[in-house]
Design a protein around this ligand. Structure first.
Ligand SMILES: *Cc1c(COP(=O)(O)O)cnc(C)c1O
Length: 357
Protein backbone atom coordinates (compact mmCIF):
# COMPACT_ATOMS: atom_id res chain seq x y z
CA UNK A 1 0.00 0.00 0.00
CA UNK A 2 1.21 3.50 -0.80
CA UNK A 3 2.47 5.38 2.25
CA UNK A 4 1.23 8.92 2.72
CA UNK A 5 4.25 10.99 3.84
CA UNK A 6 4.21 14.26 5.76
CA UNK A 7 7.77 15.60 5.81
CA UNK A 8 9.33 18.41 7.82
CA UNK A 9 11.40 21.29 6.44
CA UNK A 10 15.11 20.75 7.18
CA UNK A 11 15.18 23.44 9.89
CA UNK A 12 12.48 21.61 11.88
CA UNK A 13 14.47 18.36 12.15
CA UNK A 14 15.86 17.52 15.60
CA UNK A 15 19.59 17.92 16.17
CA UNK A 16 21.39 14.56 16.12
CA UNK A 17 22.86 13.09 19.33
CA UNK A 18 26.37 14.34 20.15
CA UNK A 19 28.09 11.16 21.30
CA UNK A 20 26.19 7.98 20.39
CA UNK A 21 28.25 6.03 22.95
CA UNK A 22 26.46 7.96 25.74
CA UNK A 23 22.91 7.45 24.47
CA UNK A 24 20.49 6.08 27.07
CA UNK A 25 18.20 3.25 26.01
CA UNK A 26 14.80 4.32 24.74
CA UNK A 27 14.94 8.02 25.57
CA UNK A 28 15.73 9.83 22.31
CA UNK A 29 13.39 9.34 19.39
CA UNK A 30 13.90 10.09 15.70
CA UNK A 31 11.99 12.72 13.70
CA UNK A 32 9.31 10.49 12.21
CA UNK A 33 6.99 7.62 13.05
CA UNK A 34 4.98 5.17 10.96
CA UNK A 35 1.26 4.63 11.66
CA UNK A 36 -1.51 2.52 10.12
CA UNK A 37 -5.07 1.93 11.30
CA UNK A 38 -7.49 -1.00 11.22
CA UNK A 39 -11.22 -1.22 11.28
CA UNK A 40 -13.56 -4.07 10.47
CA UNK A 41 -14.81 -2.70 7.16
CA UNK A 42 -11.48 -1.61 5.64
CA UNK A 43 -8.95 -3.91 7.33
CA UNK A 44 -5.47 -2.36 7.74
CA UNK A 45 -5.38 0.92 5.84
CA UNK A 46 -4.00 4.47 5.63
CA UNK A 47 -0.27 3.77 6.13
CA UNK A 48 1.45 7.03 7.00
CA UNK A 49 4.87 8.40 7.82
CA UNK A 50 4.59 11.62 9.79
CA UNK A 51 6.51 13.66 12.38
CA UNK A 52 6.94 11.87 15.74
CA UNK A 53 4.01 13.07 17.82
CA UNK A 54 1.66 12.26 20.69
CA UNK A 55 -1.29 9.97 20.08
CA UNK A 56 -4.83 11.18 20.68
CA UNK A 57 -6.96 8.35 22.07
CA UNK A 58 -10.33 8.09 23.74
CA UNK A 59 -9.84 7.40 27.48
CA UNK A 60 -12.16 4.41 27.03
CA UNK A 61 -9.85 2.91 24.34
CA UNK A 62 -9.68 -0.80 25.12
CA UNK A 63 -5.87 -0.87 25.37
CA UNK A 64 -5.99 1.21 28.58
CA UNK A 65 -8.43 -1.09 30.34
CA UNK A 66 -7.77 -4.64 29.21
CA UNK A 67 -4.25 -4.49 27.82
CA UNK A 68 -4.84 -5.65 24.26
CA UNK A 69 -1.36 -4.65 23.05
CA UNK A 70 1.70 -6.25 21.49
CA UNK A 71 5.16 -5.09 20.42
CA UNK A 72 8.49 -6.08 18.91
CA UNK A 73 12.11 -5.04 19.55
CA UNK A 74 14.69 -4.94 16.73
CA UNK A 75 17.87 -3.08 15.84
CA UNK A 76 19.17 -1.52 12.63
CA UNK A 77 22.96 -1.41 12.27
CA UNK A 78 25.22 0.70 10.04
CA UNK A 79 27.96 -1.27 8.26
CA UNK A 80 31.42 0.15 7.47
CA UNK A 81 30.19 0.48 3.87
CA UNK A 82 27.34 2.67 5.15
CA UNK A 83 24.63 0.11 4.48
CA UNK A 84 21.52 -0.20 6.67
CA UNK A 85 21.48 -3.75 8.09
CA UNK A 86 18.72 -5.60 9.92
CA UNK A 87 19.22 -8.94 11.69
CA UNK A 88 16.60 -11.57 10.76
CA UNK A 89 13.75 -9.01 10.48
CA UNK A 90 11.46 -11.63 8.94
CA UNK A 91 11.62 -13.45 12.28
CA UNK A 92 10.45 -10.30 14.08
CA UNK A 93 7.61 -9.85 11.59
CA UNK A 94 6.52 -13.47 12.09
CA UNK A 95 6.70 -13.21 15.87
CA UNK A 96 4.78 -9.93 15.72
CA UNK A 97 1.96 -11.82 14.02
CA UNK A 98 2.20 -14.71 16.46
CA UNK A 99 1.73 -12.21 19.30
CA UNK A 100 -1.11 -10.55 17.35
CA UNK A 101 -2.91 -13.87 17.01
CA UNK A 102 -2.45 -14.71 20.69
CA UNK A 103 -3.95 -11.37 21.70
CA UNK A 104 -6.79 -11.78 19.18
CA UNK A 105 -5.58 -8.91 17.01
CA UNK A 106 -5.58 -8.73 13.18
CA UNK A 107 -2.31 -9.77 11.53
CA UNK A 108 -0.20 -7.65 9.18
CA UNK A 109 1.38 -9.57 6.26
CA UNK A 110 5.12 -10.10 6.78
CA UNK A 111 6.03 -8.40 3.46
CA UNK A 112 3.99 -5.31 4.38
CA UNK A 113 5.53 -5.12 7.85
CA UNK A 114 9.04 -5.29 6.34
CA UNK A 115 8.23 -2.78 3.60
CA UNK A 116 6.82 -0.15 6.02
CA UNK A 117 9.70 -0.60 8.42
CA UNK A 118 12.21 -0.34 5.56
CA UNK A 119 10.65 2.90 4.25
CA UNK A 120 10.81 4.49 7.70
CA UNK A 121 14.44 3.37 8.12
CA UNK A 122 15.51 4.82 4.77
CA UNK A 123 13.97 8.17 5.67
CA UNK A 124 15.64 8.10 9.12
CA UNK A 125 19.03 6.81 7.97
CA UNK A 126 20.94 9.72 9.52
CA UNK A 127 19.77 8.52 12.97
CA UNK A 128 21.58 5.18 12.73
CA UNK A 129 24.82 5.67 14.66
CA UNK A 130 27.87 3.96 13.15
CA UNK A 131 30.18 3.14 16.07
CA UNK A 132 30.42 -0.54 16.98
CA UNK A 133 27.98 -1.27 19.81
CA UNK A 134 25.55 1.45 18.78
CA UNK A 135 22.37 0.95 16.73
CA UNK A 136 18.92 2.28 15.98
CA UNK A 137 16.39 0.45 18.14
CA UNK A 138 13.02 -0.17 16.47
CA UNK A 139 9.77 -0.58 18.38
CA UNK A 140 6.81 -1.77 16.27
CA UNK A 141 3.64 -1.72 18.42
CA UNK A 142 -0.07 -2.47 17.97
CA UNK A 143 -2.86 -1.34 20.32
CA UNK A 144 -6.63 -1.68 20.63
CA UNK A 145 -8.21 1.73 20.08
CA UNK A 146 -11.96 1.14 20.08
CA UNK A 147 -13.66 3.02 22.95
CA UNK A 148 -15.78 0.87 25.26
CA UNK A 149 -15.64 -0.70 28.68
CA UNK A 150 -17.04 -4.11 27.83
CA UNK A 151 -14.39 -6.83 28.02
CA UNK A 152 -14.26 -7.82 24.38
CA UNK A 153 -11.87 -7.72 21.43
CA UNK A 154 -11.52 -4.28 19.92
CA UNK A 155 -12.80 -3.67 16.40
CA UNK A 156 -10.27 -0.89 15.81
CA UNK A 157 -6.49 -0.95 16.09
CA UNK A 158 -3.47 1.29 15.63
CA UNK A 159 -0.10 -0.02 14.45
CA UNK A 160 2.89 2.29 14.89
CA UNK A 161 6.67 2.12 14.60
CA UNK A 162 8.93 4.41 16.59
CA UNK A 163 12.74 4.33 16.64
CA UNK A 164 15.51 5.50 18.94
CA UNK A 165 19.30 5.58 18.54
CA UNK A 166 20.96 3.59 21.34
CA UNK A 167 24.47 3.29 22.74
CA UNK A 168 26.15 0.03 23.76
CA UNK A 169 24.24 -2.01 26.39
CA UNK A 170 27.51 -2.50 28.27
CA UNK A 171 28.73 1.08 28.55
CA UNK A 172 31.27 0.25 31.26
CA UNK A 173 32.68 -2.95 29.74
CA UNK A 174 31.29 -6.44 29.07
CA UNK A 175 30.76 -7.18 32.78
CA UNK A 176 28.51 -9.83 34.37
CA UNK A 177 25.17 -9.02 35.99
CA UNK A 178 23.72 -10.56 39.17
CA UNK A 179 20.44 -12.48 39.45
CA UNK A 180 17.92 -13.01 42.20
CA UNK A 181 16.01 -16.28 41.84
CA UNK A 182 12.34 -15.55 42.46
CA UNK A 183 10.45 -18.22 44.41
CA UNK A 184 7.48 -16.02 45.13
CA UNK A 185 6.66 -14.62 41.71
CA UNK A 186 6.43 -16.26 38.31
CA UNK A 187 6.50 -14.59 34.90
CA UNK A 188 4.12 -16.81 32.97
CA UNK A 189 1.90 -19.86 33.40
CA UNK A 190 1.19 -22.68 30.95
CA UNK A 191 -1.48 -21.66 28.47
CA UNK A 192 -1.01 -17.98 29.35
CA UNK A 193 0.68 -15.25 27.28
CA UNK A 194 4.35 -15.83 28.23
CA UNK A 195 5.34 -16.65 24.64
CA UNK A 196 3.77 -13.45 23.22
CA UNK A 197 5.38 -10.00 23.42
CA UNK A 198 2.39 -8.37 25.09
CA UNK A 199 2.68 -5.47 27.55
CA UNK A 200 0.91 -7.21 30.43
CA UNK A 201 3.74 -9.73 30.85
CA UNK A 202 6.17 -6.90 31.56
CA UNK A 203 3.86 -4.93 33.85
CA UNK A 204 3.34 -8.13 35.83
CA UNK A 205 7.12 -8.62 36.19
CA UNK A 206 7.90 -5.25 37.77
CA UNK A 207 7.22 -6.15 41.42
CA UNK A 208 9.67 -9.06 41.16
CA UNK A 209 12.28 -6.82 39.52
CA UNK A 210 11.73 -4.27 42.28
CA UNK A 211 12.28 -6.96 44.93
CA UNK A 212 15.49 -8.12 43.19
CA UNK A 213 16.84 -4.56 43.02
CA UNK A 214 16.02 -4.01 46.70
CA UNK A 215 18.10 -7.08 47.55
CA UNK A 216 20.99 -5.70 45.50
CA UNK A 217 20.59 -7.84 42.36
CA UNK A 218 20.25 -6.57 38.79
CA UNK A 219 17.62 -8.92 37.39
CA UNK A 220 15.21 -11.73 38.15
CA UNK A 221 15.81 -15.37 37.26
CA UNK A 222 12.36 -16.81 36.59
CA UNK A 223 11.38 -20.35 37.53
CA UNK A 224 8.34 -22.25 36.28
CA UNK A 225 5.01 -21.29 37.87
CA UNK A 226 3.95 -24.84 38.84
CA UNK A 227 6.84 -26.14 40.93
CA UNK A 228 9.09 -23.07 41.17
CA UNK A 229 11.88 -25.39 40.19
CA UNK A 230 12.69 -25.28 36.47
CA UNK A 231 14.60 -22.38 34.92
CA UNK A 232 12.72 -20.26 32.39
CA UNK A 233 14.21 -16.83 31.59
CA UNK A 234 16.21 -13.88 32.92
CA UNK A 235 14.35 -10.55 33.08
CA UNK A 236 13.31 -10.15 29.44
CA UNK A 237 16.03 -12.38 28.00
CA UNK A 238 16.50 -16.09 27.35
CA UNK A 239 19.10 -18.00 29.37
CA UNK A 240 22.00 -20.35 28.59
CA UNK A 241 24.33 -22.49 30.69
CA UNK A 242 27.64 -24.11 29.83
CA UNK A 243 27.32 -27.49 31.57
CA UNK A 244 29.94 -30.19 30.91
CA UNK A 245 31.06 -28.34 27.77
CA UNK A 246 27.58 -28.30 26.32
CA UNK A 247 25.41 -25.25 25.65
CA UNK A 248 22.19 -25.90 27.56
CA UNK A 249 18.94 -23.90 27.49
CA UNK A 250 15.33 -24.64 28.48
CA UNK A 251 13.11 -25.88 25.62
CA UNK A 252 10.47 -23.50 24.22
CA UNK A 253 7.10 -23.86 25.93
CA UNK A 254 4.10 -21.57 26.20
CA UNK A 255 5.84 -19.84 29.13
CA UNK A 256 9.04 -18.84 27.32
CA UNK A 257 9.38 -16.02 24.78
CA UNK A 258 10.96 -17.50 21.64
CA UNK A 259 13.94 -15.15 21.31
CA UNK A 260 15.56 -14.59 17.93
CA UNK A 261 18.93 -14.20 19.64
CA UNK A 262 18.28 -17.53 21.42
CA UNK A 263 17.47 -19.22 18.13
CA UNK A 264 20.61 -17.75 16.51
CA UNK A 265 22.84 -18.86 19.41
CA UNK A 266 21.50 -22.42 19.08
CA UNK A 267 22.00 -22.41 15.30
CA UNK A 268 25.54 -21.05 15.46
CA UNK A 269 26.76 -23.27 18.33
CA UNK A 270 27.77 -26.39 16.32
CA UNK A 271 29.88 -24.22 13.97
CA UNK A 272 31.68 -22.73 16.98
CA UNK A 273 32.37 -26.23 18.28
CA UNK A 274 29.83 -26.67 21.06
CA UNK A 275 26.82 -28.97 21.16
CA UNK A 276 23.49 -27.18 21.84
CA UNK A 277 21.02 -28.99 24.11
CA UNK A 278 17.41 -27.96 24.83
CA UNK A 279 16.20 -29.59 28.02
CA UNK A 280 14.55 -28.81 31.35
CA UNK A 281 17.06 -27.48 33.92
CA UNK A 282 16.21 -27.55 37.64
CA UNK A 283 17.53 -24.76 39.88
CA UNK A 284 19.17 -27.37 42.18
CA UNK A 285 21.20 -28.69 39.24
CA UNK A 286 22.40 -25.15 38.55
CA UNK A 287 23.42 -24.18 42.09
CA UNK A 288 25.04 -27.58 42.76
CA UNK A 289 26.78 -27.36 39.39
CA UNK A 290 28.12 -23.89 40.18
CA UNK A 291 29.54 -25.22 43.46
CA UNK A 292 31.07 -28.33 41.87
CA UNK A 293 32.37 -26.49 38.80
CA UNK A 294 30.14 -28.40 36.36
CA UNK A 295 28.38 -25.14 35.44
CA UNK A 296 31.19 -23.14 33.86
CA UNK A 297 29.20 -20.16 32.54
CA UNK A 298 25.76 -18.60 32.65
CA UNK A 299 24.58 -15.92 30.24
CA UNK A 300 21.39 -14.39 28.89
CA UNK A 301 20.55 -13.56 25.27
CA UNK A 302 18.30 -10.90 23.73
CA UNK A 303 18.31 -8.08 21.17
CA UNK A 304 19.16 -5.32 23.66
CA UNK A 305 22.36 -6.87 25.11
CA UNK A 306 22.89 -9.63 22.49
CA UNK A 307 24.77 -11.66 25.15
CA UNK A 308 24.64 -10.73 28.85
CA UNK A 309 27.03 -12.65 31.14
CA UNK A 310 25.83 -13.63 34.63
CA UNK A 311 28.34 -13.58 37.51
CA UNK A 312 26.20 -14.12 40.61
CA UNK A 313 22.97 -15.77 41.54
CA UNK A 314 21.07 -15.69 44.83
CA UNK A 315 18.86 -18.70 45.57
CA UNK A 316 17.25 -19.26 48.99
CA UNK A 317 19.29 -16.43 50.52
CA UNK A 318 22.57 -17.99 49.44
CA UNK A 319 24.84 -16.36 46.87
CA UNK A 320 26.57 -18.45 44.20
CA UNK A 321 29.49 -16.99 42.24
CA UNK A 322 29.88 -18.12 38.63
CA UNK A 323 33.27 -18.17 36.87
CA UNK A 324 34.79 -15.79 39.51
CA UNK A 325 32.18 -13.22 38.57
CA UNK A 326 33.96 -12.77 35.24
CA UNK A 327 32.74 -12.97 31.66
CA UNK A 328 33.54 -16.44 30.34
CA UNK A 329 35.00 -17.52 26.98
CA UNK A 330 31.70 -18.74 25.49
CA UNK A 331 29.88 -15.51 26.30
CA UNK A 332 32.75 -13.63 24.61
CA UNK A 333 32.83 -15.88 21.58
CA UNK A 334 29.06 -15.79 21.00
CA UNK A 335 28.92 -12.02 21.54
CA UNK A 336 31.79 -11.39 19.10
CA UNK A 337 30.37 -13.75 16.48
CA UNK A 338 26.80 -12.46 16.61
CA UNK A 339 27.75 -8.78 16.68
CA UNK A 340 30.32 -9.41 13.94
CA UNK A 341 27.57 -10.78 11.70
CA UNK A 342 25.11 -8.04 12.69
CA UNK A 343 27.53 -5.22 11.76
CA UNK A 344 28.48 -6.94 8.49
CA UNK A 345 32.08 -7.56 9.65
CA UNK A 346 31.93 -11.37 9.59
CA UNK A 347 30.74 -13.54 6.75
CA UNK A 348 26.98 -14.15 6.98
CA UNK A 349 26.83 -17.73 5.85
CA UNK A 350 23.42 -18.18 7.46
CA UNK A 351 21.75 -15.48 5.37
CA UNK A 352 20.61 -13.62 8.50
CA UNK A 353 21.54 -10.08 7.53
CA UNK A 354 18.99 -8.10 5.51
CA UNK A 355 20.13 -4.96 3.68
CA UNK A 356 17.55 -2.19 3.51
CA UNK A 357 17.70 -0.73 -0.01
C1 LIG B 1 12.11 -10.00 23.63
C2 LIG B 1 12.33 -11.01 24.70
C3 LIG B 1 13.38 -11.95 24.65
C4 LIG B 1 14.47 -11.91 23.63
O1 LIG B 1 14.05 -11.99 22.30
P1 LIG B 1 15.02 -11.50 21.13
O2 LIG B 1 14.25 -11.79 19.91
O3 LIG B 1 16.26 -12.31 21.22
O4 LIG B 1 15.27 -10.06 21.36
C5 LIG B 1 13.45 -12.93 25.65
N1 LIG B 1 12.55 -12.96 26.65
C6 LIG B 1 11.55 -12.06 26.75
C7 LIG B 1 10.60 -12.17 27.89
C8 LIG B 1 11.41 -11.06 25.79
O5 LIG B 1 10.43 -10.15 25.90
Amino acid sequence: MKINKTLLPAEKLKPLFENPLNLKFGKNFTDYMFTMIYDESKGWHSPEIKPYQSLVLDPAALVFHYGQEIFEGQKAYKSKENEILLFRPDENAKRFNYSMKRMFMPEIPVEDFLYYEGELLKLEERWIPNQKGTSLYIRPTAIATEPGLGVKPSRQYLFFIIMCPVGPYFSSGFNPVSLWVSREYSRAAEGGTGDAKTGGNYGASLAATGAALKKGYNQVLWLDSKEHRYIEEVGAMNIFFIIDNKLVTPPLTSTILPGITRKSVLEIAPDLGIEPVERAIAIEEVVEGIESGKVAEVFAAGTAAIICPVGKMNYNEKEYIINNNETGPWAHKLFDTLTGIQYGELEDKYGWVHKVI
